[in-house]
Design a binder for this molecule. Structure first.
Ligand code: NAD
Length: 257
């Protein structure tokens, strides 16, 4: 039997890159998946995630969602529950960056990054937990949260102060939610990717940043979106028992160096 047979997941930012790979993997393992994104097409090009997952009955649905908008996030959770009956897994993956340091980052840029990367995860956790609390536990959990952080929330992010700070906040938010709702059987964990090649052609392949990532990564290749999807599948499944408040590094050893 598939690992997530009958489970229902929302993945934010799932039209592109890592979120897209996560959605495809969770669907392949039997989950019904709601794609929550501001765009429906991948920023790196190619077919929509819903098309990539394919017809598979009615097990994939796109809901246009700006994660920084509380009403939109609540609406997405409501739509998932109306369509599929409950919510089992919330993956808060959507994020943006500015590629600017302290002096160049405007207050508006700072606020926008915090609105998407921090408030978006806060709203995703809040809406998911409110739904989980209405549900009876299945096995040992009422529902699981997985927040996508970054190794750059643990060490400074070269040239992007707002992004680095936002990712540090995601990791701590994960601990706060995990401890507040452990009693209610709601595990909340984070994944901190290292450098993942997503197919983006802009900053994703900046030669200076790529050289830096290669110099920092002991594993003989950089990451693939599927590496993060596999880790997400683990944390979304019952294999991940007695794990909450943790941040799983999936970084090819970047942080071990
Ligand atoms: P990406 O830019 O390729 O994709 C991000 C997706 O989020 C896009 O589909 C975009 O439309 C969507 N999005 C942006 N703003 C949104 C909003 N307000 N509401 C809803 N959706 C929104 O990013 P990625 O490289 O796939 O990164 C995914 C996650 O992984 C992010 O949290 C990122 O910080 C983290 N991460 C990525 C890397 C990497 O090397 N790619 C490394 C560490 C952490």
């Amino acid at each position: 039997m598939a690992t997530l047979n009958g489970k229902v997941a929302i993945v934010t930012g799932a039209s592109s890159g890592i979120g897209r790979a996560i959605a495809i993997r969770l669907a392949a393992e039997g989950a019904s998946v709601v794609i929550a994104d501001v765009l429906d097409r991948p920023v790196e090009g190619g077919i929509c995630t819903t098309e990539a997952i394919g017809a598979a009955g009615d097990r994939c649905h796109f809901v246009k969602t700006d994660v920084s908008d509380a009403n939109a996030v609540e609406n997405t959770v409501r739509q998932a529950v109306e369509r599929y009956g409950r919510l089992d897994v919330m993956v808060n993956n959507a994020a943006i960056y500015t590629s600017t340091g302290l002096i160049e980052t405007t207050t508006a840029d700072w606020k926008r990054v915090m609105a998407v990367n921090v408030e978006g995860v806060f709203l995703g956790c809040k809406s998911a937990v409110r739904q989980f609390l209405t549900q009876e536990p299945v096995g040992e959990t009422r529902g699981r949260i997985i927040n996508i952080a970054s190794q750059h929330g643990m060490i400074s992010c070269p040239g992007d102060i707002a992004y680095g700070v936002s990712k540090a906040a995601v990791e701590h938010l994960t601990r706060q939610v995990a401890t507040e709702f452990a009693e209610q059987l709601i595990p909340c964990n984070a994944i901190a990717p290292g450098k993942i090649l997503t197919g983006r052609t802009d900053i994703g392949i900046d030669p200076v940043l790529l050289a830096y990532a290669r110099s920092r990564t002991p594993w003989p290749r950089l990451g693939r979106p599927e590496d993060i999807a596999g880790a997400t599948l683990f944390l979304a499944s019952d294999m991940a028992s007695y794990i909450t408040g943790a941040t799983l590094l999936v970084d090819g050893g970047w942080m071990a160096r």
